[in-house]
Design a protein around this ligand. Structure first.
Ligand code: G3P
Ligand code: MG
Length: 248
């Protein structure tokens, strides 16, 4: 069996910061995640039109804000005027879109580990990967745990590898490709991040035997979480912060 890469991460990862308990990808979400005992968060990062790195999942702002249209068409100052909390619940009204820099400072100061998912606006894959990697080198200087970079966009991973080869990377896949070993090697990854539906004991063992870590999104059933952890999975991303948490 191959030697596994260092993995200074919790096996419990709060998806988008606060799971379903808070508006995703906001600082309010991070506080909820921390209150639930999580020491690692996953969040999605992309570039505004004027090249500010911000936290956002979708291509469009419609679902998670009171605005409309593609995030790619908006400057940071336009995005900063939107309400990214009211869509979730009144308690979070007025919650702003955080910059990646603000979230990095919050997580580093609170000794929280990060999985930074590079989620580029369409067509901006390489520049987003490079910008995230460069920003991480600056923002995590002196931090106890380096951020784990991941992406479904292989161009973004390639650019991150070129910009900051020293940062750990994970390949995110919607479906496990036949040639996952080759792809992990190509981007010098430490981990394969899969859809939890594809998680089997055999796959976990095969990924470990090949010398990589494996994590699964999004695990919201506590029994499923227990099973995957028993099988030796290295991380589970969850939205259910009350039912699936590090103390379990
Ligand atoms: O990074 C794990 C997970 O967040 C990937 O899917 O769509 O929730 O970003 P998505
Ligand atoms: Mg994500």
């Amino acid at each position: 069996t191959a030697k596994l890469p260092s993995w200074p991460y919790s096996r419990y990862i709060a998806h988008r910061g606060g799971g379903r308990l808070a508006p995703e990808n906001t600082l309010a979400a991070m506080r909820v995640g921390a209150e639930h005992g999580f020491t690692m968060f996953e969040y999605d990062v992309k570039l505004s039109r004027d090249n500010v790195l911000v936290l956002m999942h979708d291509d469009d702002v419609d679902r998670t804000s009171n605005g409309t249209g593609p995030a790619a068409a908006k400057t940071y100052s336009e995005l900063a005027q939107l309400d990214f909390g009211s869509w979730h619940s009144a308690a979070f009204a007025g919650e702003p879109l955080p910059t990646f820099a603000a979230v990095a400072r919050y997580t580093v100061a609170n000794h929280i580990a990060s999985n930074v998912e590079i989620k580029p606006c369409p067509g901006r894959e390489a520049e987003t990967g490079a910008a995230v990697a460069r920003a991480c080198v600056q923002l995590w200087q002196g931090a106890d745990t380096p951020p784990l970079l991941s992406s479904f966009a292989e161009e973004a991973l390639q650019a991150a590898l070129e910009a900051a080869p020293e940062l750990p990377r994970a390949l995110l896949v919607e479906k496990v490709p036949e040639d996952w070993r080759e792809r992990l090697a190509k981007y010098q990854c430490v981990a394969l991040n899969i859809n939890q539906k594809d998680a089997t004991r055999e796959l976990i063992d095969a990924v470990h035997a090949a010398g990589y870590r494996i994590a699964a999104w999004t695990v919201n059933d506590p029994e499923r979480a227990r099973l995957l952890l028993d099988w030796g999975i290295d991380g589970i991303f969850t939205d259910e912060l009350a039912a699936i948490r590090p103390a379990d």
